[in-house]
Design a protein around this ligand. Structure first.
Ligand code: ZN
Length: 275
C-alpha cells in the first residue's frame, strides 16, 4: 500500500493514541506527513512532539489550530491574539508548513455576524508580523456554514480568498473538501486560489448522507458524496501538489476502531478514491 502524498491529521486517531504513538504508527505504515492539534502537543509536550516528528522524518502539513479571534469584548480579543502568537511559536517549533486558522464565530450574546467578520480581519492583521518573523504561513480555513455561529464566520472559499486578499499577499487558505465541496463556482475559486498562490493545505474526508452529528460524523473517503478525484484534479490543476491530509472526526465510528485499522483504511481509500 502506497502512502506517498498522504498526510494524517492526528485528530483522526486522537481517541486511540497520544501524539508519539500516532506519529510512530504512521511512520510504520509509510506515512510521511502529519498535522497535530494543539491539545495533543500540549499533552505530549512541545519538545517531545518536535522530537518524535523529526526522528520519524515527518513533514508537518499544518498545525491545528489558531484563530478564534472573535470575542464580546476587547479583553477577549486581545487574549485571542496572544494565544495565536503562542500557536505560531509552537507551529515554528514543530516545523509546520502553516498554522490553520479556524477564525471564530459570532461572539456570545451578539447577533452581528458582519461585525464578527471585521474582528477576524483585525485579529489576523494583528498576528501577521509575528507569523512572518516566525516563518509560519497563516492559512484561513473556510468552514461549512453550519459552523458560522460557533466556529467560523468565514464559510466559503470565495469569502476566505477575498479576506486573505484584503489582508496580505502571503496569507493563504486551507482547502478542506468537507467544508467547501458544495460551493457554487468551486472550480473557479480553486483556480483563483492557485493563481494567487494561496493554497497552503488540502484536507480530505467525505460527507455522509445522512450526517448524524454536525461536528463528529465525518466520513471516510469513498463513503460519501464528494467526488474526491475531481476535487484533487482541481487542486493540482491550480498548482498545489502537497499532501492530501485526512481529517476525520468520527465519534460513532472511526474513533472507536483500532488505530492501525483506521490508518490502513485511510491509505487504501486514498489510493482508490483520491488520486
Ligand atoms: Zn480541515
Amino acid at each position: 500500500m502506497n502512502a506517498q502524498g498522504l498526510s494524517i491529521n492526528l485528530a483522526t486517531v486522537r481517541e486511540q493514541w497520544n501524539l508519539g504513538e500516532a506519529v510512530e504508527a504512521c511512520a510504520k505504515l509509510g506515512i510521511k506527513a502529519v498535522d497535530p492539534w494543539r491539545d495533543q502537543v500540549a499533552k505530549f509536550g512541545l519538545n517531545n512532539s518536535a522530537k518524535v516528528i523529526k526522528d520519524n522524518g515527518m513533514q508537518v502539513t499544518g498545525y491545528c489550530r489558531g484563530g478564534m479571534f472573535t470575542a464580546s469584548d476587547a479583553k477577549g480579543r486581545a487574549a485571542a491574539i496572544d494565544d495565536n502568537k503562542h500557536a505560531i511559536d509552537e507551529a515554528a517549533a514543530l516545523g509546520a508548513d502553516c498554522l490553520v486558522l479556524v477564525v471564530g464565530g459570532v461572539p456570545q450574546g451578539s447577533k452581528d455576524i458582519e461585525g464578527a467578520r471585521l474582528q477576524v480581519a483585525e485579529g489576523i492583521n494583528a498576528v501577521l508580523d509575528h507569523a512572518r518573523a516566525a516563518k509560519v504561513p497563516l492559512a484561513i480555513e473556510p468552514l461549512h456554514p453550519m459552523y458560522a455561529a460557533d466556529r467560523a464566520c468565514v464559510n466559503t472559499l470565495r469569502q476566505a480568498l477575498d479576506l486573505a486578499g484584503q489582508i496580505a499577499p502571503d496569507v493563504g487558505v486551507a482547502i478542506d473538501v468537507y467544508h467547501v465541496w458544495w460551493e457554487p463556482g468551486l472550480a473557479e475559486q480553486i483556480a483563483r486560489a492557485g493563481r494567487e498562490k494561496r493554497i497552503f493545505a488540502h484536507h480530505i474526508c467525505d460527507w455522509l448522507v445522512p450526517t448524524k452529528d454536525i461536528l463528529l460524523d465525518r466520513g471516510m473517503m469513498g463513503d460519501g458524496v464528494i467526488d474526491l478525484k475531481a476535487f484533487r484534479g482541481m487542486i493540482e490543476g491550480a498548482g498545489f501538489h502537497g499532501p492530501q491530509e485526512v481529517e476525520i472526526f468520527s465519534a460513532g465510528d472511526w474513533w472507536k476502531k483500532p488505530g492501525e485499522q483506521v490508518l490502513k483504511t485511510c491509505i487504501e481509500r486514498y489510493n482508490k478514491f483520491c488520486k
